[in-house]
Design a protein around this ligand. Sequence first.
Ligand code: UT7
Length: 329
Amino acid sequence: MKRITAAITGVQGFVPEDVLSNADLAKIVDTSDEWITTRTGIKERRIMKNGASSDMAMEAVKGLLDKKGIDPLDIELVIVATVTPDYPFPSTANLLCDKAGMKNAWGFDLKAACSGFIYALSTGVQFIENGTYKKVIVVGVDKMTSILDYQDRTTCVIFGDGAGAVLLEPNEEGLGIQDFILRSDGSGVDFLVQPAGGSLNPPTHETVENRMHFVKQEGKQVFKFAVTNMAEVSAEIMDRNNLSSNDVDWLVPHQANLRIIDATADRMGLPKEKVMINIEKYGNTTAGTLPLCLWDYEKQLKKGDNLVLSAFGGGFTWGAVYLKWAYNS
Ligand code: UT7
């Protein structure tokens, strides 16, 4: 019997239509287009004025199912990576299954911040490879504007809202996900965290007054960890799969900072043309960045292309996925 691998057989993104440019932000906080562009590579980001993460996820999933001509009732499992769920409970996946008509599916949310999509993808793969399911949807979505402090110039300029969804199906040609390396280090909690709203600091007047429900980041520290670990884990997955820089067709990096992306590409020996970049128009959409990159570059991808997906995020969490693209569009 042929070995079954799990392949991405479709991708669709969704970003809200409202644009917040660097110039717009300079009217709200003490910043400038020049600072944001040179330090991060971001020019603008999308912001969702009405609605929740499940609404962006629904748009992505509906678009994906339409494009593939698949009945929502055929979807068996939905995994949603997000740190901005609609509610603490029920899960966003639960709401999404209802909103997108996936009435036969079950699902759950997975929280790994900016590494959420690669964690969720690697989890979804298991259900296909072991033969349990034939149609799994993996979503990366975040409405970061719901937890951003527009008085904190060090964080509010970085993030944006967006969603991306992929379909996973069995493959008998050896295409799809080949390998993954996932890591975590909880001692990084203080460097990138939403301090209140959970069981440690439930919401009180004080947590609100002290602005503890917003993202807090020590950018410099996170930068140091990110730049080292994202490059390291990307090189490691190449090594253990005997991939040279010539063998890798695309790096699909988390879009947090252009300087981190460049360092990762350098470490892998990849020229700019092989690196997916859309940070300038969406900023950091947390779990949304990787599927949004795949969506933007889908038409350029060819069956058999070797892709390395790589991310670093709050937790700390980080990792890389090596996959062979399974279709021409
Ligand atoms: O996606 C999850 C993981 N997150 C990341 O990977 C983010 C990693 N960190 C970064 O990307 C960068 O650290 C940032 C983009 C967040 C910041 O860039 P930086 O080069 O590390 O700047 P910095 O924090 O060292 O700040 C340099 C200066 C400071 O002023 P002083 O102390 O030198 O006078 C900041 O106060 O820039 C100032 N600054 C700003 N100035 C204008 C910080 N934010 C801004 C701003 N506009 N928005």
